[in-house]
Design a protein around this ligand. Structure first.
Ligand code: MGD
Ligand code: MGD
Ligand code: MO
Length: 775
């Protein structure tokens, strides 16, 4: 649906400068020009500063040092678009039927601007119409209470909401009677949490931002920080400047990982000469990381056999369990299989091992390149194995760091948003609120999708997000959502999921994080937790986009109050108090956490500290809360049964492996329009998002040419036709057999049956496809 404004021969202009630098200063200026310069300019200086606003861009930790500027180009885009002067008003909705709005591209829906009033879908006119807040709450409550069982409802959450909104939201779902709480984590770092939980006893990063100052080596897996976590590049640059060695594992040669000019360094910015980031770049094949890390472990063991000085024997003996079985499994794995599955020659894996051995403190970071695969959990467990070999957990400058996406996705989980709540958490809720929450696990995101499609789910509530567009099988899920009894979306801006309302379809506009939040209890602030477990305050100051906006905590608590009333089983819950004064919510979180989550003591007092407080991480203190009471080595053999092998057995060797990734100008399902036509700066793409990155060798093998237009067909065995038409092939430095393209446009190719084992995260980076010349 994207319509480029210019026709171009070839969309690629190679980017030969370091990431950051003038390009990102220009990018920041463009963000401001493209939208509301004035409101955004007021916000930017407060971003990630003590007493200011937490950037809604990503979950990368704030600087522990005083920095005049601690935001990036991408944060500026997020803020500029949140503080846009454009408005999607009731008059706008009256003039536009949903059938017409559905024809718009993602960036156009976003560009209609901020929602201003609560809206209810009217099927006769096929439009959303304004409704009074109280009527909206009553309608939602009526539809929820009419369901034949609480498990007919799902309560989705995207990871942007504050702790003060997320906590009453999960309380609402459980008091209503269900653990059906899918969240964006199911689409994102679920595999990380499960792999770390099983091996280290805690599903979060064991490092803080300070550790980057002490690491000798940093290994970055499956991550494109120049686009998705630009502030991390600053830390990598500083590490590189003081001599730390950096290795990148990525099938795409990402220009942004090779060099970086710090926009805050005048010399680098003006000379255009940056600092080299990755000393070594390992172009593993898509899905090949498990084999690659196994190979590095094998080389480390072999080096120790020769010298006896490589392993941290003391650490292994005192702190770990399962070493012998793990080592035996790695020794039994032959090099030919490792080389074949990883796509990397043995010498390269030995080189990576040598880098690892030479370092006394190593950090391993990763993102979606590891988590969105069939064997994601095994891959991350193998990475844990590697780190345990030299005691790289729980010492300065070392550790494991899943780099989270949404700015409070980690905090939402900490305060109970999950379909698989811990027993201790539920006991805490029972102790504090006096009702028995459901114990049975609820639906995760993919199970919710399936339930919506098979008719067993009847109501959907979304605290932010773009549920159907962010997940597999988008067109079929959107269609099925129209059959629901109830859809409720709490949102700042319009997106495609909102355009498919249920019988009762509500669109409830909320304050954004940068806006002032006045309640009866006075001016409120909220709190969030970053990927390094720092919990800190965020206080918006801008004028609300409309006087009818309500805060997320207010909307959630009012929905709950109208639905559950003061009924006997929840008489202990004072919803209104939580909506009026968020310090009450923080006090309740502290009480529930007492026996469930360490570190929330005196929440209300400690949240006022300039940079907040750190939630203790047991693994960081070498306190292992695992089944064995030790850090756990895991014995894993390279799998024979894989998505790609299964697909090739049915459809032949022409099946390619598609990884769906983010472009520079997008935030997940929100695509930004850049008036200069820039789409993906560092990969050089302009004017169109309908490209597929492919190697020359793959094109030759299949008889395609650079620049040719193809249709992409999913090679899915379930017999459902899934295709995306009209993609231009772009020759790029990627492994043979792998192709890359952008989501959300390519998501319709993904079947909900392609998931990570155990975590059930969609295998967004491992989609079997066939290319055919465009029809
Ligand atoms: N500006 C901006 N910032 C964002 C976001 C955004 O959309 N825009 N999204 C936020 C969110 S929610 C998240 S989760 C993060 C996502 O941040 P990233 O994980 O960096 O995002 P992706 O674009 O999914 O990129 C994945 C990277 O993995 C590589 N990759 C693909 N397959 C494999 C593989 O099999 N092995 C390895 N080793 N690498 C592979 C790709 O080449 C790419 O470089 O960013 C967050 N920050
Ligand atoms: N093919 C493919 N699909 C993917 C991925 C991939 O790599 N490939 N990545 C996955 C990942 S990592 C993630 S995290 C998910 C993201 O999935 P989601 O979190 O569901 O999607 P977003 O695009 O982040 O949601 C954007 C919407 O959130 C709303 N919003 C924005 N700010 C606020 C706010 O402050 N409050 C409220 N209430 N609403 C707000 C706006 O309406 C906006 O349209 O997508 C996943 N989908
Ligand atoms: Mo994410």
């Amino acid at each position: 649906m994207y319509r480029p404004e210019f026709t171009v021969q070839h969309p690629i202009r190679f980017y030969d400068k370091p990431a950051g630098g003038l390009g990102s200063l220009h990018g920041t200026a463009k963000a401001l020009r493209s939208n509301s310069a004035v409101p955004a300019l007021k916000v930017l200086p407060q971003l990630n500063q003590p007493g200011g606003v937490d950037c809604p861009g990503c979950a990368y930790p704030d600087s522990p040092k005083d920095k005049l500027v601690d935001f990036c180009e991408q944060g500026a885009w997020a803020i500029a678009h949140e503080s846009t002067l454009r408005r999607a008003t009731p008059a706008f909705f009256a003039a536009n039927r949903l059938s017409a709005l559905r024809k718009h591209a993602e960036w156009e829906l976003e560009a209609f601007g901020r929602l201003t009033a609560p809206m209810l879908y009217d099927g006769v006119s096929d439009t959303y119409r304004e409704i009074a807040w109280d009527d909206a709450f009553r309608l939602a409550a009526g539809a929820l209470n009419a369901l034949d069982a609480p498990d007919r409802a799902v309560f989705y959450a995207s990871g942007r909401s504050s702790n003060e909104a997320a906590f009453p939201y999960q309380l609402f779902a459980r008091a209503f009677g269900t653990n059906n709480m899918p969240d964006s984590s199911n689409y994102c770092h679920e595999s990380s949490g499960m792999a770390l939980g099983a091996t280290l006893g805690v599903g979060k990063a064991t490092v803080t931002r300070e550790d980057f100052e002490h690491a000798d080596a940093i290994f970055v897996f499956g991550q494109n920080p120049a686009t998705n976590h630009p502030r991390m590049l600053g830390d990598l640059r500083e590490a590189a400047l003081r001599g730390a060695r950096i290795a990148a594992f990525n099938p795409m040669l990402e220009p942004g990982l090779r060099g970086f000019a710090d926009p805050q360094s005048p010399v680098e910015t003006l000379t255009g000469r940056g600092t080299r980031i990755a000393d070594e770049y390992f172009q593993v094949r898509v899905g090949g990381d498990l084999a690659a890390i196994t190979g590095i472990c094998k080389a480390v063991l072999e080096a120790d056999d020769a010298s006896g000085k490589v392993l941290d024997r003391d650490f292994i003996a005192r702190h770990t369990s399962g070493f012998e079985q793990f080592a035996a499994a790695v020794r039994a794995q032959g090099w030919p299989q490792i080389v074949l599955d990883s796509g990397l020659p043995r010498e390269q894996l030995e080189k990576a091992a040598a880098m690892y051995i030479a370092s006394n403190a190593t950090i391993a970071t990763w993102c979606m390149g590891l988590t969105q695969h069939e064997y994601a959990i095994e891959t991350i467990q193998m990475l844990v194995n590697l780190m345990l070999l030299r005691g790289n957990v729980g010492k300065p400058g070392a550790g494991l760091m899943p780099v989270r996406g949404h700015s409070n996705v980690q905090g939402d989980r900490t305060v109970g948003v999950t379909n698989r709540p811990k027993k201790e958490w539920l006991e805490g809720l029972e102790r504090v609120f006096g009702f028995t929450p459901p114990a049975q696990h609820g639906l995760d995101a993919v199970a919710a999708i399936k339930g919506i499609m098979d008719g067993s789910v009847h109501a959907f509530l979304g605290l932010g997000g773009n549920f159907a567009v962010a997940g597999p099988d988008t067109p079929r899920v959107l269609e099925a959502m129209e059959q629901l009894q109830l859809t409720v979306h709490i949102a700042t801006k319009l997106n495609r999921t909102h355009l498919h309302p249920g019988r009762v379809g509500l669109l409830l506009p909320c304050l954004s994080r940068t806006e002032r939040d006045e309640q009866e209890g006075g001016r409120q602030f909220v709190s969030v937790e970053d990927t390094a477990s720092m919990v800190h305050a965020s206080a918006g100051r801008s004028d609300p986009a409309s006087e009818k906006l309500r805060s997320e905590p207010h909307i959630v608590t009012e929905l709950a109050r109208h639905t559950l009333g003061d009924g006997a089983h929840t008489a202990g819950i004072d919803w209104q108090a939580m909506g009026r004064d968020y310090s009450i919510t923080r006090g309740l979180i502290e009480q529930v956490a007492q026996t469930a989550v360490a570190g929330f003591e005196q929440y209300n007092q400690r949240i006022t500290a300039p940079r907040g407080f750190h939630l203790p991480n047991s693994a960081r203190n070498r306190d292992w809360r695992t089944a064995s009471g030790k850090a756990q080595f895991t014995a894993i053999a390279l799998p024979q049964d894989t998505i790609m092998r299964r697909a090739r057995a049915v459809f032949g060797d022409e099946v390619l492996c598609l990884a769906t990734v983010r472009a520079h100008r997008q935030y997940n399902t929100t695509v930004y329009r850049d008036t200069t036509g820039e789409v993906d700066r560092y990969r050089g793409v302009h004017h169109t998002r309908k490209v597929l990155f492919i190697s020359a060798a793959t094109m030759t093998r299949l008889g395609f040419e650079d620049g040719q237009t193809v249709d992409v067909h999913a090679a899915s065995p379930d017999g459902i036709e899934r295709r995306c038409n009209g993609y231009q092939l772009v020759r790029y430095d990627v492994p043979e057999g792998d192709v890359f393209g952008y989501f959300p446009e390519l998501t319709p190719l993904i079947s909900p049956d392609l998931v990570a084992r155990g975590s059930l995260t969609p295998a967004f980076k491992e989609v079997p496809v066939l290319l055919k010349p465009a029809e």
